[in-house]
Design a protein around this ligand. Structure first.
Ligand SMILES: [Zn+2]
Length: 148
């Protein structure tokens, strides 16, 4: 290895702290993709504990949904599998999870357990026609129209 090559390697081949790809600038700890991803977390003011947990998840598993393991799209916001941040417990900033927009829209203001319950109720209805059994949703009232 020549002196030039080793200097080049040292200066330009830093690895992204999230995914291991080359960083996009000598000063950034991230590749361009992960810089965008971390900017999105910062812009949404996600609690630092949740950010730490999500980053650990990404380092271990890559960019996959924390609920389902589904690979996430990080480039096309029109894709239903584009990444999204969901409050697993509505209103609890520490409970934010990495998921995709389709799941996040469907889950809405339900806890994850409530969401699973209704998904199963709907599946049963679509498969068998059996009535959907109503269950009270803990946080749903936040979405109710205000009556004055
Ligand atoms: Zn990266």
């Amino acid at each position: 290895m020549t002196k030039f090559t080793s200097k080049f390697s040292k200066k330009h081949i830093r690895k992204c702290v999230l995914c291991g790809r080359p960083t996009f600038s000598p000063k950034s700890p991230h590749c361009r993709r992960c810089a965008h991803f971390t900017d999105c977390m910062n812009n949404r003011q996600i609690h630092k504990d949740a950010v730490k947990r999500i980053e650990g998840h990404v380092r271990r598993n890559g960019f996959v949904c924390e609920y389902t393991g589904k690979k996430l799209n990080l480039t096309d916001p029109k894709d239903p599998f584009y990444f999204s941040f969901d409050h697993m417990i509505p209103g609890d900033d520490k409970s934010v999870r990495l998921t995709f927009t389709l799941l996040n829209e469907m889950k809405s203001d339900m806890t994850f357990e409530e969401f699973k319950y209704y998904i199963r109720q709907f599946a049963r209805f679509f498969d068998t026609g059996k009535e959907i059994i109503k269950r009270k949703l803990k946080f749903w009232v936040r979405l109710a129209p205000k009556i004055s």
